[in-house]
Every structure is written in structure tokens, then in C-alpha cells.
Design a protein. Sequence first.
Length: 80
Amino acid sequence: MARIGVEPAMTNVKQALEELGHEVVEVRSENDAQGCDSIIISGTDKDMMGIADVHIEGPVINAEGATTDDVCQMVEQRFS
């Protein structure tokens, strides 16, 4: 499974992704994003703490307007 970074406020997304078997870490800074296969942002601040400048191998998923199930489906599509 993938290592997914999420914003601290996205606890419902974190829990749902963990239930699917992903390793989920809270991303509070650029250092937290290192080693992540993907990062999920809420979309309320597209440059969350400078995360927009971080270079990771996988996608940055904007969850603005998406439900927890929608976000899980986006992750599963990318990593299945």
C-alpha cells in the first residue's frame, strides 16, 4: 500500500485511508511530505505551509469539495 500525507485537519480521510491499509502521515511541513507517495490537501489553501513547492514522486490530490469516499476512490485509482 501507499504512504499518503494528509493535512492534520483531515482526520476522517486519514482514518478511512488507514482502514484501506495505507500508511498515513500528517503533513505539517515540507519535511513531513518527504517519503510520501502522494499528498492530499483540503484545497482551502493550495500552498499549505509551502507544500506546493515540495517535489514528491506521486500526485498531490486536491480534496476540495470531495467527500471522504471520493478521496479514497481517487487514491485507490492511483495506487491499485
